[in-house]
Ligand binder design. Structure first.
Ligand SMILES: [Zn+2]
Length: 119
C-alpha cells in the first residue's frame, strides 16, 4: 500500500469544507481528501485508510451497500458454539424511603457466555 489514499467516497469532493479547497484565484476547487496511511496509529486501518471520516464512509455505504452485500452475501446464519454459565452471588441495592437510603442485600445472578471455540 502507498503512503496515501484518496478518500473512496465518490462525493467527497462535493462536501464544502475549507480543508478541501485547493487552487488559487479563480481556479479554486474542492478536492477529494488525501488520507495518510495508518493515521490514528493504525486504529481500524481497513476502514480509516480509505475514508476521510464517518460521513464519507456512510455516503459510500449508502451508494454501494447493495453491491457490497451482493459481493459478500450471507445466505444462512452462522453459529458459534457456547456454554452459558449462571452464577448466584450476593449483591445489594439502595432503597429510598423519602428521607434516607437503606442498603438492601439481594441474591443476584451473573450470566457468562463462554465461546467454546476459544476455551
Ligand atoms: Zn472523504
Amino acid at each position: 500500500m502507498s503512503d496515501y489514499n484518496w478518500c473512496h467516497n465518490p462525493d467527497c469532493h462535493t462536501i464544502e469544507t475549507q480543508s478541501r479547497v485547493r487552487g488559487t484565484g479563480d481556479n479554486k476547487v474542492l478536492r477529494t481528501v488525501k488520507i495518510k496511511a495508518n493515521r490514528y496509529n493504525g486504529y481500524q486501518t481497513n476502514i480509516w485508510n480509505y475514508f476521510c471520516n464517518n460521513s464519507c464512509l456512510f455516503q459510500f455505504l449508502n451508494k454501494f451497500g447493495q453491491e457490497i452485500a451482493n459481493t459478500y452475501s450471507v445466505k444462512q446464519p452462522s453459529e458459534t458454539p457456547i456454554k452459558v454459565e449462571k452464577e448466584q452471588y450476593e449483591s445489594y441495592r439502595y432503597d429510598w424511603n423519602g428521607r434516607e437510603s437503606r442498603r438492601v442485600p439481594y441474591q443476584a445472578t451473573r450470566t457468562t457466555i463462554i465461546n467454546k471455540n476459544n476455551s
